[in-house]
Structure formats: C-alpha cells, structure tokens
Design a binder for this molecule. Structure first.
Ligand SMILES: [Zn+2]
Length: 512
C-alpha cells in the first residue's frame, strides 16, 4: 500500500512537472519575442523598400532592385533563396519626377499624376488649353487650334489611362456616329411627335482621341478626386513594344484645379499650362520574379507553411503601405526565426510575390508550377491590408487545440495588444480568387487563415486614403503595429511549422 501511494505521488509529481514544462514557453519562442521587442527591424526593411528603391512597379528597376536586395537579406540571415521567375512585361517603365504649373497672373502649381506605362512630355511643354470637342461639327470648328494644346476631357479619373488602342478608336467612332444619327433625327421636323425617348449622347471621355492626336495636341487632362490615384495601362501593356510606345501624356489633375481651369476655358480666357513629366521606358522583355526565402524543415522538408505579401507596388508613391506594410514584417519574422537559432520541423517559405497589382500574376504562376506542393501547405499567411496590429485569428474546430497552444505566448508580448482565438465556421471554397495573393491559394483549397487586424491605439488609420494613391508612403505605416506584426507572425508561423503534423484541414472549407 505504501509503495502504491509512493508510486501515485511520483506519478502525480511527474505529471504536474510535465504540465509545468509544457506551460513554459519554448526557449526559441522566448528568443524570438525578446529579439522582436529589443531589436525589431521591420521599419528598417520598410525604409529601404520605400525610400531607397521607391515605388516597386513590375517592370521597373525599383522592383528588380528590391527583389535582389530582399534575396540578399534572406541569404545574409542564413536562408536559401529562390528567384522564382513568374513572368515578364514586354517593356519596362521607370517613373521620374513630374512638374506642372499654370502660367500668368493666377499662376498655380498643379497637383496631378499620370498612370504608369503612359507617355511623359518631351521636356518642358507649354501650351494653351481647350475643352474637348463632343461632336464632329465642334471638332471641325476647332481643329486648327488643337495643335500644341492641352485638352480638358470629360469624366472622372479612376486611375487608368484613356485607351489609345485601335479597338477603343472603333468604339469611339461608333459612339460618334450614334450621336450623329440621333442628332439628325432630332433635327427633322416630325421627330418631336414620335414617342421615342430622347437620345442622350453617351459621355465618352476623349471622344475624338485619334483626331485630336493627329491634329497635334500636347496631351489630355482629366479631372481626378483627391487623393490622386495612378494605376497603369492595363489594356495596352501586353502589346507595347519599345518601337511603339504611348506618345500622348494622359494627365489626371486634381478636381478643384480642373474646375478652375475649365471655368476659365469656358469663358474663353487665355490659359497657359506647362508640364514636365519624366516617364521613362526600357526595352524588354523585362522578367519579374517572386522572391522566395526558404527556412528548410528538419523533419518534414516537403511540408510547408507560407508567409509573405506582395513586393510590387504602384509607383505614384512608394508602396509604404501597399504592400511594404505586408512585405517588411514578413521579412522581419523570417529574420527573428533565423536569429533564434531554431530549426522548424517543416519548411517555411517566405514569399514576396511579384505582380500582385497586375492581377495576382506572381502567386498564380507559382501555384500553377507547384501544384504537387498544395496539399502539403499547412497555411498560407498573407499580409496585404494595411499596417495594423494583429489581435486575433479565426481557426477551425480541427485546428483549435494546436492553434491554442501556438498562440499562447502572444498574450505576454505586450499588454496593450490582446490576442484572441475566434471560432471559424466552415466556408465554401471560393471559385474565383479575391483581390490579394491568398485568393488563388483559397481557390485551390489551401487554408489561408490571416490575422484579424486592429488600429489598437486609435490612430485614425484609413486604408482607402492610401490604397493605390499618392499617399502610399513610408510615413503612413505605423511602426508599433508593424513591429508587433513581425513578432506575432514569427511566433505563429514557427509554431505551425514545428507541429508534429500538418494542420488538419477538416472543416476549413465546406464539404471537404
Ligand atoms: Zn496590395
């Protein structure tokens, strides 16, 4: 009996000691958190991405420089690197600075942008201003004065340029003739008695685009809401050649200034505008690469956890938020894991995707070439929705226990930042990718849990103010959130990579 009691005591002791041991954090996690708190370099990476390289447009030197640099950092931290060729653009584009002003007594500095892969000016170009013709008769009346003019076109800019392709000319021609037919019907005496609804001419911006260009305009100017957005020539980039580059500047001018100038032009006052726009091209094709940093798994090297965010950005600003705020904490999370000296059981792929902004091209290309890896990915973590603090994650029933253990240390990083697990209900697997790089993975049935993000300190962050706009700069990223995101990502990704099994997918998607 005594022996039995002794045994019981010993067993109880061993069990409780085991529990205590379990409750203690893995020393590697402690090192990750400690380094993340005392030597967090997330903002240094962002500084280099945004301010040394700048807007990392696909096809630009800035993108290539950023990709080479990120690869060199991964190597420096002891990781393997793959420069994963994901596609090419037929010509490259490098944006230089741009200037514009209204001359004369009421001179003003002009606030404007031009979309990427559109024409710059031939040096400083100064010219008078006209409002675009909307009928053939109007065109005929003013065609002699179009030479050397800046032309105000109608409509509101959505960030894309006016399509200069032949197809677009055909569409414009058909609108012109439909308008003419309607106008001629209207002018016949009997037409007013018919019950036909009155034809309203469609407002097509730059309706006489080809004719105005042939007449020698300097460029077109469209009204644009603030903050200004400049995207790229999505429709024509695929067919561009260095011998046949766009040649008419396509200016998107702040709407308040546009209105002032439009009013003056309507009053037939003399307005002279001057622009100097340095949009430069380079002969292609220009290849673009996903940068994939690899932390090779020690036990299950053919099983994966993916983390990252797209590296490319529009170049009207410097991609400080979209998506420097996703790429830089992912890089820092990788550095923290490497520095802690741990070897995770399965492979961590740190993916900095190319050409997300051109239609998720980099991530989709990787998926197409790596189908066999897809069933062996525990989760694809993507950060691409702003520089906010991760404060939760939604997990399925089947993952709950694993994720609860993994996320436990997050509560003690900083008491200002809570971290909670939420229950995730199974959802249908999407048929079409949503608008960021996790989309194509979800379509393939790969779990794409991401962190719930919050502006914990109430810093009045607005993503819509920044997304694809001229305000997407380094200073809009929020250092404390970025640094916190790096630590949280490192802890969770390492934890999942280090499980004894792949994260179970049961009940993540419906009926799977
Ligand atoms: Zn983005």
């Amino acid at each position: 009996m005594k022996t039995f009691l002794n045994y019981l005591l010993i067993i109880t002791f061993v069990v409780s000691a085991f529990h205590q041991l379990n409750a203690q954090t893995d020393p590697a996690i402690e090192r990750i958190i400690e380094a993340g708190k005392t030597d967090n370099q997330a903002m240094q990476h962002l500084d280099i991405l945004s301010n040394r390289f700048g807007g990392r447009l696909v096809g630009s030197d800035a993108y290539e420089n950023a990709a080479d640099w990120a690869a060199s950092k991964f190597r420096e931290w002891g990781m393997e690197v793959e420069m994963d060729e994901a596609g090419s653009v037929p010509v490259g584009f490098n944006r230089g600075p741009w200037f514009g002003r209204m001359m004369g007594e009421e001179s003003m500095h002009l606030h404007f942008v031009t979309p990427s892969y559109t024409s710059g000016t031939k040096g400083v170009q100064r010219g008078h201003v006209l409002a675009e013709p909307k009928t053939r008769a109007e065109f005929e009346r003013m065609k002699g004065s179009l030479k050397g003019a800046w032309v105000l076109i109608t409509g509101k800019s959505n960030g894309f340029p006016i399509d200069y392709s032949e197809m677009a000319d055909i569409k414009r021609d058909s609108i012109i003739s439909a308008n003419e037919t309607a106008a001629s019907k209207k002018s016949t005496p009997n037409s007013s008695k018919t019950s036909q609804p009155e034809y309203k001419p469609a407002d097509e911006p730059a309706l006489f685009y080809r004719e105005m260009k042939e007449a020698g305009i300097l460029g077109i100017i469209q009204s644009a809401p603030v903050p200004l957005v400049a995207l790229y020539d999505r429709k024509n980039i695929g067919n561009m050649t260095f011998e046949n580059l766009p040649s008419t500047p396509d200016i998107k001018l702040e709407e308040h200034q546009y209105d002032i100038i439009y009013q003056m032009v309507k009053e037939r006052r003399q307005v002279i505008l001057e622009f100097d726009i340095r949009n430069h091209f380079k002969p292609g094709p220009v290849k673009y690469h996903n940068v994939i940093g690899i932390i090779r798994g020690s036990e299950f090297p053919d099983e994966y956890v993916i983390m990252g965010g797209h590296l490319d950005a529009f170049d009207v600003a410097t991609g400080g938020v979209d998506n420097g705020s996703g790429a830089s904490p992912s890089m820092e999370a990788a550095r923290l894991i490497m520095q802690s000296g741990v070897k995770p059981k399965r492979t961590i792929l740190v993916c900095l995707w190319a050409a997300e902004e051109f239609g998720l091209l980099g991530s989709q290309s990787w998926i197409d070439r790596n189908k066999e890896k897809l069933p062996r990915i525990s989760n694809m973590f993507n950060r691409d929705s702003g520089p906010l603090a991760p404060t939760s994650i939604s997990v399925s029933e089947a993952m709950w226990n694993d994720m609860e253990d993994i996320c436990k240390p997050l509560a003690s990083i900083n008491t200002d930042y809570p971290f909670i697990l939420k229950k995730r209900e199974a959802r249908a697997r999407p048929l079409k990718a949503w608008g960021t790089d996790s989309g194509p993975f979800a379509v393939e049935g790969v779990p794409t849990m991401s962190f719930g993000l919050e502006d914990v300190k109430g810093l009045n962050f607005s993503y819509m103010e920044i997304w694809h706009t001229e305000r997407d700069t380094y200073d809009k990223s929020i250092a404390v959130y970025q640094e916190h995101a790096a630590i949280v990502t490192a802890v969770v990704v390492y934890g999942i990579a280090n499980l004894g099994h792949l994260l179970p997918r049961d009940g993540y998607y419906l009926n799977e």
